[in-house]
Write a protein that binds this ligand. Structure first.
Ligand code: ADP
Ligand code: MG
Length: 628
């Protein structure tokens, strides 16, 4: 710019370039053939609503704002002839610096994820735009040009205007606007003229923005278009199923129906409205509107925290929704809300309610509860591991697979109901997955005796056990360490013959020689019937689940040294004895017996290292059988 007298920056018309990332997004949006372009209105209205919420929050503590008497609302006007759509809010507004910062670069909205996804795979974006909160820029799906004029709530701020046509640059210039807020003037593309039609706009608002908490006026109408109801403050009997679902969808952009909803209104011990949802999926979708965990916290219908994490314990962080209380002091900052002492009481009520609803679900609709468990079981386990306050209530929400019912989920109460008459303990076994754990030699005796054992195969289970030492009067006991009497037939194979003691001792010596330092001892076992060998912990070592906790947490995990127990009636050992001392094959087999035991235990540090030895054994086997 070559002017004689340099004017103040804020008085000139300045041109800026969009960042590369923004240009890329604009490009996708401008050329998008997405048929539901209408979502741009949802994005603009949601920004207006954010701006109004922020202004209202500001006014809790600051009366020195421009137009402090102005109604908090959104006004939409249409001009069909000119293809103009104008959306104006009386929200917090933007200063010149803010408008450059906020509209010049991609905000933290879904847009960033969208761009990321567009880099990662060449998906058909037009299909998914509607599910992203792509933010302000989505207006370029329908706009030939956009002018944003804004005036900040700060009394000294001057109005500013931002103008873009969707190419690489935008202009910022001073503007005339006496009132506080933001006005977005859109010149619609020729093929987007429908968005200047009143009926169409009404329709879109009902579909996507009905639950915005501020009135949206259309044209000259005196009544707002949107329902505007704070659904959580509406009586349950007046809300249809459809409305509950719409509310969830519009506030989370989760397209899947929630698993459960909880609408709670109480006066004691605290006054509280809550509308909570359990999503169908634990993973927050790529498309989710919510950017973080936490509940929306309102105080007398005013949003004071978008992502409040103090209303529920951490393990219930997957719960979505709104909490509103008349008891929260109004004239406060977020910090004083935390200090007010009310939060723990709200949390107690809400936690109790969520757990009660889950309990009811488990009782009344086990199938749905199982679906919940499948998705969120890990969270409940985390709760048991970390939260002792809720104790038994959480224990009853746990579900397990067992050696006797590996395909279905059992509660601890169900397990207890199936216990043998003289059984005093609840048995469990830890491992890497249900299949391999079912093969565990530790289960031999339990299977022989028909004793039920919980299969704990997830990393979280080892932590779970730290918080779950007993259920009712029954202590939990690791099957590998349980002190149970073997069944009669144990220790005998089909022909019932055990290796004579002298020979067996020879064998034990050979195992010790070959395995050396890897084991603390080799000995006979009373607890094996089908299996060849098992590993047990020497007296005084940490129990198996603690070893796993170390494995998960530890940087340098070492396989703990164990005792190798052998089944003196197993045919393989009999044949090994016949093979004679110190052959190469004999050594390989002994190593393999130990490694296999480690594998079943889920403790092998390097399973692929077994391949060469297995090949060696196979070669030997083939050589033998082709010779014969
Ligand atoms: P997001 O809403 O996720 O932050 P957007 O792209 O929708 O992303 O908006 C970018 C930013 O622009 C907002 O965070 C806000 O600071 C600002 N903004 C957009 N619309 C308005 C408005 N009507 N009033 C005030 N600020 C706005
Ligand atoms: Mg937005």
């Amino acid at each position: 710019m070559s002017k004689t007298k340099a004017p103040k920056e804020s008085e000139t018309n300045q041109t800026f370039s969009f960042k590369a990332e923004t240009r890329q997004l604009l490009n996708i949006l401008i050329h998008s053939l997405y048929k539901e372009r209408e979502v741009f209105l949802r994005e603009l209205l949601s920004n207006a609503s954010d701006a109004l919420n922020r202004l209202r929050f500001e006014m809790l503590t600051n009366q020195d704002v421009l137009d402090s008497e102005a109604e908090l609302c959104v006004r939409i006007s249409l001009d069909k002839e000119q293809r103009l759509l104008t959306i104006q809010d009386s929200g917090i507004g933007m200063t010149r610096d803010e408008i450059i910062e906020h509209l010049g670069t991609i905000a933290e909205s879904g847009a960033r994820k969208f761009i990321q996804a567009s880099r990662e795979k060449q998906a058909d974006f037009s299909q998914i735009i509607g599910q992203f909160g792509v933010g302000f820029y989505s207006v370029f799906m329908v706009a030939e040009s956009v002018r944003v004029t804004s005036r900040s709530f700060r009394p000294q701020a001057e109005a500013v205007s931002w103008y873009a046509t969707g190419d690489d640059t935008y202009q910022v210039s001073p503007a005339q606007m006496p009132e506080r807020g933001t006005k977005i003037e859109i010149k619609l593309k020729e093929d987007a003229a429908e968005f200047a039609e009143e009926f169409r706009i009404q329709n879109i608002i009902h579909r996507h923005s009905d639950y915005i908490g501020f009135p949206i006026y259309l044209g000259e109408a005196k009544d707002p278009v949107n329902k505007r109801a704070s659904l959580w403050r509406t009586s349950r009997s007046e809300i249809s199923d459809e409305q509950y679902k719409d509310f969830y969808r519009q506030t989370t952009l989760d397209w899947e129906e929630p698993l459960l909803r909880i609408h709670l209104v109480t006066d004691a011990p605290v006054q509280l409205y809550a509308l909570l949802y359990l999503p169908a999926k634990a993973e927050r979708g790529l498309f989710a509107l919510r950017k973080d965990d936490g509940l929306k916290l309102y105080s007398r219908n005013i949003l004071i925290d978008e992502y409040n994490k103090d209303l529920l314990p951490d393990y219930l962080r997957f719960v979505q929704g709104v909490v509103d209380s008349e008891d929260l002091p109004l004239n406060v900052s977020r910090e004083t809300v935390q200090a007010s002492g009310l939060m723990p009481r709200l949390k107690k009520v809400l936690t109790g309610q969520v757990l009660k609803e889950l309990e009811n679900l488990a009782k009344n609709d086990p199938e749905k509860y199982n679906a919940f468990w499948q998705e969120f079981g890990g969270y409940i386990k985390q709760g048991v591991a970390s939260d002792t306050a809720e104790g038994q209530k959480l224990h009853d929400l746990l579900r397990f697979r067992t050696n006797q019912q590996p395909e279905t989920w059992s509660s601890l109460a169900e397990y207890a109901g199936r216990m043998k008459e003289d059984q005093k303990e609840i048995y469990y076994i830890v491992g890497d997955d249900a299949k391999s754990v079912l093969r565990s030699p530790h289960l031999d005796t339990f299977n022989d005796l028909g004793l039920e054992v919980l299969l704990l195969t997830e990393p979280m289970d080892s932590f779970l056990l730290m918080g779950l030492r007993a259920y009712k009067e029954f202590a939990l006991k690791n099957a590998a360490q349980a002190d149970i009497q073997p069944a009669e037939k144990s220790g005998q194979d089909a022909d019932g013959e055990r290796i004579p003691d002298d020979d067996f001792n020879l064998l034990v010596e050979r195992f010790k020689d070959v395995l050396g330092e890897q084991v603390t001892d080799v000995r006979t076992s009373q607890r094996l019937s089908q299996s060849l060998a098992r590993l047990v912990d020497p007296e005084g070592s940490p129990n198996p689940e603690m070893q796993r906790v170390y494995k998960y947490l530890g940087k340098e995990y070492e396989v703990p040294k164990k005792i190798l127990e052998l089944n003196p009636a197993h045919p393989l050992l009999k044949n090994l004895l016949k093979l004679g001392a110190d052959t190469e094959l004999g050594q390989a087999i002994i190593e393999q017996v130990y490694d296999s035991a480690l594998l079943v235990e889920g403790l092998h540090p390097d399973p692929s290292s077994l391949a060469p030895r297995i090949q060696q054994i196979m070669e030997a086997a083939l050589e033998k059988s082709t010779k014969n």
